[in-house]
Each structure stands twice: as structure tokens, then as C-alpha cells.
Design a protein around this ligand. Structure first.
Ligand code: MCA
Ligand code: AMP
Length: 511
């Protein structure tokens, strides 16, 4: 039977060669990818997973975890990856909302998750980063598997993206959303089977899972699969690699490393950045030290990749390049939705085979974010310059991006406001030399309350993933408000913009 995404992966895999190499020298060939994902797909079916069922996965990065994604595709299931930093409190929501048939977690997390999963009728299996755990114990090696038929519009994955208002929304991505985008990127970035990618991103987000892994799979290329980013390791691997994909923090850290030289990067053909704005100064410093112009691109969980700087042609720092082939991008008035002329700043809207089909079980939210003619309203503010390059100049949505992870202030404020002694709070992102933006909380105490920074952090510990927690909690007398009573976050951002600059690290911490 035809399986839209996996048929294309299989066609590339049939050329053979090495698919994954880990840092301890273990290798997975494309043949092994095919046989092991088949065995794993069979295991999923034995566990009761049926076409369309969600499989929620919160595990450490490993080749087996990637094979589990492929097994879900082959079994016609809907893959639902979850950030390993999420706390049990956060997971309860995702499991309740998505209603998965199966939850795969680390052996350590099983105790906490089992009652939650059971409460929602889901079964739990475990997988650790060495390939151990109950999921693989029942695997029938060498067994064949007939891929479940799936068409272009069938769901392949749901990825949760935090909501500006209310709870996280599950973006529903189809087989063709993933396949078409990966095929476009393969061509645009000139990927081939002779490429070797340094893969140091997590695999629970679009960047590491779909952009990096699907492009490699569809090119028959190879990748070094690293548990996390480490600048020393990346520099060593540049000797035997051709491409790296990363968030701006990777490049900030590489620029600071003495080992980054033209010689060290001479074998590489391409460095790609995305998920957050790459500062023009980082682009420039990287080019000076390594001789490579970083190629910056722009995407979203809901849309996969929308734009990219060119492979050949000028890569302009501070821009995200041109709309990808097949992607329509326009800039409109945020209020009226009227098309704006080139050069004017407004809301970026996109349409194309890359754009998701809606939010899981949230038809009203889906409707609110699409124009009647099918364009998706990204929430990013930008403009198109006279040469056609897209610039992102801000965000219409109240969102912080720290080291490539998104944090919605409202979610953090909601948790802080529940801590005893807190009257209200405002959470903002201010420039951070390593993470791009640093999550910062301004808190107003109730009169006579003794709550302090450590009490706030303790109150958040089990509620929010570590990367969402403020790097600083600052107590102030009152929040600045405009005449409508709305908190003026721009005033706060201005006031604290030096907070994480080295010379000012202690400024502004008062109680
Ligand atoms: C780790 N910490 C963070 C972050 N990462 N805090 C804020 N923001 C972060 N991103 C915390 C740790 O919990 C730790 O806390 C402390 O910071 C220092 O950790 P460290 O070991 O230095 O961090 P790291 O392990 O080096 O991680 C930093 C990282 C990582 C390499 C930037 O966060 C990362 O790989 N980010 C990539 C995210 C990503 O893939 N995003 C793509 C989303 P403590 O020590 O206090 O406990 S997809 C997307 O956005 C769209 C579709 C797109 O366009 O791609
Ligand atoms: P996510 O919800 O994690 O998919 O994050 C998507 C958001 O990341 C986009 O809406 C943008 O705000 C931001 N983003 C991604 N790539 C870039 C980039 N190259 N420059 C600026 N912002 C980016």
C-alpha cells in the first residue's frame, strides 16, 4: 500500500550507505533503518496502535527514538514528540488533550507518568538512550512489515506549540506537509548522499526532527547524531562533515571558541541557522573566523520552513531570504488583513503545501488564524525589501525565544501569580548574550508578603520546564500600565535591556 512519506524515504534509503553514526562510533545503515523501523512498526501494531492513533513520546535523543518516529509513520500512527524538559504537570495536559493510545517515556519517568496515562486510557512503554526499555523488548527482529496506506493529507504528526492565550495547541501536520517541505529543502540546500550532517539539535521539534532528519533521509545522506550541542565536539566533527544546522546559540558559542578558524571549517560546505533571529554581528563574526556565510532560514511548527537565504547568491545578515519554491508569502495590515506594499512592515502570512491543516480539536483557533483565502497568519511582523528578501522585524505575538525554545509569558505569569505572596507579575524577554533572549520576571508582592526570588523559583520547579523558568526574578512596586490598564511590557523591556550584559549582571535586582 502507498504510504506517502515513507515511500519517498524508502526510495532514497534503497541506495544504501550509513544513515546515523553516534559519538561512540556505533553506526546504523539505511538497510538497518528499514528493517528496524519495520520491526518497531510491527511492535506498535502488536501493542494495539491503529492507524490514526497518537503515540506520545518523551524520551532522550537516540537513533532508536528516531526509528520510533519512522515506525509511527509506517504504522499510520500520528507521532507526538514531547520536550524532555516538560514536567509531569505539563505532560498531564498534553496527554489529556491528545488522547494517545501509547505513551513512550524514559524508564525513570514511568512511575510518574503511568497513572496519568492510565487515567486517559493510554498504555505506557519505556525507551532509554541506549536502546533499552520495554518498548524494544518485544521486538521481533527480522520480521517484515507492510506499511499502512497513508495519503498526502493523512496526519503524520502533532507538535504542540504554546498558545499566546490559553493552553498549548497541537499543530496537525500531514504526510505531505512534511514530505513536500523536506523535498524542497533538499533541493534548495543542495543535499545529496555525499553529505554528512552534524545533528546536535533535539528531535522533539520541527528543526531537529523534520528539517534535519527528513532532509537527510530523503537525500540518502549521513548524520552524526549527538545528544546535545557541544562546541568542542562540533568543531572536531567539522573535519569529517559537510553541513551543520543549528539555532543561533550554537553559532554564538562557536564564535567564542578559539578553535573556530578557516582551517577548522574548510571541509564544511554549509552552516544553516534558524528557530530564532541570528544577530547580524554573529553572522559577521562567524564569517570572519570561519570563512562561511551562515545561511539563515525562517519557519514555524505550524508551517515547517517558509523562507531561506539562497544557496548560491547573497546571504544577507539580518534577513531570512526568499519564500521557498511553492510557498506564497505576503505582508498585510495586522488589523484589516489588507495587503501592504513591499517595504512596509506588517503581518507575515504564508500559504503552501508546507502549512499545517489546523490545531488538534480546536476548530475556532484554527479558523481565527487562517484568512478566508487560506493564508496562515504567522504572528511574526516583517517586510519584504526591494530585492525580495524577507526581514523579520518583530513579533505580533507575546513570545520569548530562548536558545531556540519558545516561551509564552502568559503561561509563566499564570504560574507565578499562584505563588503565595505574589500579587501580579509580568514576564518579558530581554537580550541575553547566549540564549538570544533571557526570560525575566517582574513581580509585585502583596502588601506585607515576604516572598522572594527563591520562593518563586521553588514554586515553579515542578510546574514549568527549566528553560521556561526566569533567569532573574525582580521585585518591583507596580507594573507600568497604559491608560487602558494594559501592562507596558515595552517599557519594562527597555528598562531591563542591559540585565544580562556582562557588566550589568547585578543591576536591577531589588526587593
Ligand atoms: C537549556 N537551558 C536553557 C535553554 N537550554 N534555558 C533557556 N533557554 C534554553 N534554550 C537551561 C538548562 O536547563 C540549564 O539550566 C542552563 O540553561 C544551562 O544549560 P546548558 O547546558 O548550557 O544548555 P545546553 O544544554 O547547552 O542547551 C542550550 C541549547 C539548547 C544548545 C541552546 O537549548 C538547544 O539545543 N536548543 C535548541 C532548541 C530547538 O531545537 N529549537 C527548535 C524549535 P540549569 O543549569 O539552571 O538547570 S523548532 C522552531 O523553532 C521552528 C520550527 C524553526 O524555525 O526551527
Ligand atoms: P515555533 O513555534 O517553535 O515553531 O517557533 C516559530 C517562531 O520562531 C516563528 O514564528 C518566529 O517567530 C521564530 N523564528 C524562526 N526562525 C526564525 C528566524 N530565522 N528569525 C527570526 N525568528 C525566527
Amino acid at each position: 500500500m502507498n504510504n506517502h512519506l515513507f515511500d519517498a524515504i524508502r526510495a532514497a534509503a534503497n541506495r544504501g550507505g550509513v544513515f546515523i553514526e553516534t559519538i561512540d562510533g556505533k553506526r546504523w545503515t539505511y538497510d538497518q533503518m528499514l528493517t528496524q523501523s519495520a520491526a518497531l512498526a510491527g511492535r506498535l501494531v502488536d501493542l494495539g496502535v491503529q492507524p490514526g492513533d497518537r503515540v506520545a513520546v518523551q524520551v532522550e535523543k537516540s537513533p532508536e527514538a528516531l526509528l520510533l518516529y519512522l515506525a509511527c509513520v509506517r504504522a499510520g500512527a500520528v507521532y507526538l514528540p514531547l520536550n524532555t524538559a516538560y514536567t509531569l504537570a505539563e505532560l498531564e495536559y498534553f496527554i489529556g488533550d491528545a488522547g494517545p493510545r501509547l505513551v513512550v517515556c524514559t524508564p525513570v519517568a514511568r512511575g510518574g507518568l503511568a497513572p496519568v496515562a492510565a487515567g486517559h486510557g493510554a498504555r505506557v512503554e519505556t525507551l532509554d538512550e541506549q536502546g533499552g526499555g520495554t518498548l524494544l523488548q518485544g521486538l521481533k527482529q527480522g520480521s517484515s512489515f507492510e506499511d499502512v496506506g497513508r495519503g498526502p493529507d493523512d496526519l503524520a504528526a502533532i507538535l504542540y506549540t504554546s498558545g499566546t492565550t490559553g493552553r498549548s495547541k497541537g499543530a496537525m501536520l500531514t504526510h505531505d506537509n512534511l514530505l513536500s517541505n523536506a523535498q524542497t529543502l533538499r533541493e534548495y540546500w543542495r543535499f545529496s548522499e555525499s553529505d554528512q550532517l552534524i545533528h546536535a539539535l533535539p528531535i522533539f521539534h520541527t528543526h531537529g526532527l523534520f528539517v534535519a532528519s527528513n532532509v537527510v533521509l530523503l537525500s540518502g545522506a549521513s548524520m552524526y547524531f549527538l545528544p546535545k550541542f557541544d562546541a568542542d565536539q562540533a568543531l572536531n566533527l567539522m573535519q569529517t562533515s559537510t553541513v551543520m544546522m543549528g539555532v543561533p546559540t550554537f553559532y554564538v558559542r562557536l564564535v567564542q571558541h578559539d578553535g573556530l578558524t578557516r582551517e577548522a571549517a574548510s571541509r564544511m560546505r554549509l552552516f544553516i541557522s534558524g528557530s530564532a533571529p541570528l544577530l547580524a554581528e554573529t553572522h559577521k563574526a562567524f564569517a570572519e573566523k570561519s570563512g562561511h556565510q551562515i545561511l539563515e532560514r525562517y519557519g514555524m511548527t505550524e508551517t515547517n520552513m517558509n523562507t531561506s537565504n539562497p544557496y548560491e547568491g547573497e546571504r544577507i545578515a539580518g534577513t531570512v531570504g526568499f519564500p521557498l519554491p511553492g510557498v506564497s508569502l505576503r505582508v498585510t495590515d495586522p488589523e484589516s488583513g489588507q495587503l501592504l506594499p513591499d517595504g512596509a512592515t506588517g503581518m507575515i502570512e504564508v500559504k503552501g503545501p508546507n502549512v499545517f491543516i489546523g490545531y488538534w480539536r480546536m476548530p475556532e483557533k484554527t479558523e481565527a488564524e487562517f484568512r478566508p483565502d487560506g493564508f496562515f497568519i504567522t504572528g511574526d511582523l516583517g517586510k519584504i525589501d526591494e530585492k525580495g528578501y524577507v526581514h523579520i522585524v518583530g513579533r505580533g505575538k507575546d513570545l520569548i525565544i530562548s536558545g531556540g525554545y519558545n516561551i509564552y509569558p502568559k503561561e509563566v505569569e499564570g504560574e507565578i501569580d499562584q505563588i503565595p505572596g505574589v500579587m501580579e507579575s509580568a514576564v518579558i524577554g530581554v537580550p541575553h548574550p547566549d540564549f538570544g533572549e533571557g526570560v525575566t520576571a517582574l513581580v509585585v508582592k502583596k502588601s506585607g508578603a515576604t516572598v522572594d526570588e527563591s520562593a518563586v523559583m521553588e514554586g515553579l520547579r515542578e510546574r514549568l520546564a527549566r528553560y521556561k523558568q526566569p533567569k532573574h526574578v525582580i521585585f518591583i512596586k507596580e507594573l507600568p500600565r497604559n491608560t487602558m490598564g494594559k501592562v507596558q511590557k515595552n517599557v519594562l523591556r527597555d528598562q531591563y535591556r542591559q540585565l544580562y550584559q556582562p557588566a550589568a549582571a547585578s543591576v536591577g535586582r531589588s526587593s
